[in-house]
Write a protein that binds this ligand. Structure first.
Ligand code: HEM
Ligand code: HEM
Ligand code: HEM
Ligand SMILES: *[C@@H]1O[C@H](CO)[C@@H](O)[C@H](O)[C@H]1NC(C)=O
Length: 417
């Protein structure tokens, strides 16, 4: 029950922390939509490539997005049907007032995979390498309220590959404010690839296999790594550890051991992903997050052995063991380190402020509850005879005289100070 409600609370919060693009469909009538995505490397350094997507029905002659607050001085991108009618042309232009913007060859734009005309929809996935500043202005890629403009024109397809093709004045126009802090994504090559026209992936046979690009897959692995690790260290390990202090069962040790091994297997899966992310990209295994992560996972390997050795000895001699002391304190330290490392990971991945806060709050609540439970168990156990009674969860259950015929032996065993 406890596990259920806290899981339900934590999962949406964790996933809400991930956002790759901000989107706006400012005019329902025209059906045009715009998205902007800022790669992690760009948002971290404050400059670099940005990605955006323009889309709209092919009943529109052109669809445009611009950086700025008004036509004059803005950095504009106009999309229209290409000559063959299968793809689109993206034309970077400089806004010069209330007239046709001028083609601007200085702007470094490229049309990416997933662009094209399909099912009556035009889509342009665009990368711009020098859009943080232009002749008429500049844009803060980390701004939470960045100013953009848009405009659309209805009419027959232009069908031109010429980036300086003549266009007519818009039917509709307006402004968009994007929160670019929410647009920060992973180190993607093309964040919109998965948004390719549905038919393009649906019609491709099994021979063509994967529908997502390497960069999308990479992003998904980063998310899976974060979610699995957070799940293991913030939720499963602490709950599994607390079973020892909360539950009363003759099989308590095995419930605890099983729960922890389950959490550990999730952490191992997350570890494999972490190593893959670190070694296959530009991270490497040299940051504090990666090193602490490796240390935590390596030392966790000792835990099952320490726990088991203690249990076997305890079952024989009914005495607290140094193994338990090691197991308990190593376990607690590693859980704390792991939780902290999750925070370092969020920082490394440049997760949103919301995501970091959500993680911090959940980790904090779990940490405080954990301490409360352990302290309560310890205080309760203090009144009883025997060395370190409260500290030893096993004794609280197995050494109770009514538990088994062995009970009295266990109790007298523990009375020998
Ligand atoms: C042949 C091309 C164009 C002509 C002749 C033109 C002309 C005009 C004119 C006369 C206005 C003021 C009246 C009104 O609001 O309609 C205006 C406003 C506007 N236009 Fe354009 N425009 C052109 C292309 C574009 C493009 C490609 C964009 C792309 C983003 C755009 C975005 C806007 C916006 C946001 C406004 C309102 C803000 C402002 O006054 O600057 N226009 N345009
Ligand atoms: C206690 C163990 C660990 C925990 C709790 C943990 C948790 C996390 C979290 C929460 C993120 C943020 C993901 C996101 O915001 O999208 C992250 C990112 C990352 N982790 Fe870990 N991690 C652990 C171990 C490791 C290990 C052992 C490695 C590699 C050797 C590693 C490599 C990475 C890398 C490279 C990123 C950044 C990914 C990117 O933005 O491209 N992690 N980790
Ligand atoms: C990765 C695996 C494991 C982890 C991370 C882990 C972690 C922990 C932690 C943190 C505690 C202390 C709870 C507290 O704060 O009071 C604990 C207690 C305990 N664990 Fe584990 N555990 C693991 C596996 C096992 C296994 C496999 C066994 C035995 C089969 C075991 C047996 C015990 C016992 C008997 C105690 C109570 C010790 C005492 O207080 O006397 N654990 N464990
Ligand atoms: C449109 O052109 C871009 C850039 O050359 C390409 O990546 C994309 O696959 C093309 N789309 C179609 C449907 O051919």
């Amino acid at each position: 029950m406890k596990i259920h409600s806290s899981m339900a609370a934590v999962l949406p919060l964790i996933s809400a922390a991930y956002s790759e693009a901000v989107k706006s469909c400012p005019s329902e009538a025209s059906g045009a939509c715009y998205q902007v995505s800022v790669p992690t490397t760009t948002s971290r350094s404050g400059s670099g490539e940005i990605f955006f997507q323009l889309s709209g029905p092919s009943s529109l002659q052109w669809v445009a997005l611009g950086q700025g607050q008004q036509m004059a001085g803005s950095n504009i991108f106009v999309m229209y049907a290409s000559e063959d009618g299968q793809n689109v042309t993206v034309s970077p232009r400089a806004g010069v007032g209330h007239r046709e913007p001028m083609f601007n060859p200085e702007t470094q734009v490229s049309l990416l995979d997933g662009s094209g005309i399909s099912d009556g929809m035009m889509t342009a996935n665009v990368r711009c390498s020098n859009c943080e500043s232009w002749a008429g202005g500049e844009m803060d890629v980390r701004s939470s309220s960045s100013n953009w403009i848009w405009a659309v024109k209805e009419g027959d397809p232009l069908q031109s590959d010429d980036q300086s093709a003549e266009i007519e004045r818009h039917d509709e126009n307006g402004e968009i404010t994007f929160d670019l802090t929410r647009a920060a994504g992973g180190s993607s090559m093309n964040p919109f690839e998965d948004a390719a026209p549905a038919t393009a992936t649906a019609s491709s046979g099994p021979s063509q296999g994967q529908s997502s690009s390497p960069s999308m897959m990479r992003r998904n692995v980063v998310i899976a790594h974060g979610v699995l690790m957070a799940l293991a260290f913030v939720l499963l390990f602490p709950l599994g550890a607390l079973t020892i202090r909360i539950l009363r069962s003759r099989r308590l040790v095995w419930i605890h051991g099983g729960a922890q091994l389950f959490a550990f297997s999730i952490a191992i899966a997350g570890f494999g992903m972490g190593v893959w992310i670190a070694t296959s990209g530009d991270w490497g295994v040299n940051g504090s997050h990666q090193i602490i992560g490796i240390i935590v996972i390596a030392l966790l390997l000792l835990q099952p052995a320490l726990g088991l050795i203690h249990h076997v000895l305890f079952a024989k001699h009914h005495q607290p063991t140094a193994w338990a002391l090691g197991h308990v304190w190593l376990g607690r330290s590693l859980l704390i380190l792991g939780m902290i490392n999750g925070g370092l990971g969020l920082r490394l991945a440049d997760n949103t402020t919301k995501g970091k806060i959500a993680y911090g709050v959940i980790a904090g609540v779990v940490g405080v509850s954990y301490i409360a439970v352990v302290l309560t168990a310890w205080i309760r156990g203090r009144g009883r005879p025997g060395p370190r009674d409260g500290e030893t969860g096993e004794k609280l259950t197995e050494a109770r005289p009514e538990n088994s015929p062995m009970g009295s032996t266990a109790a007298s065993g523990s009375l020998r100070t």
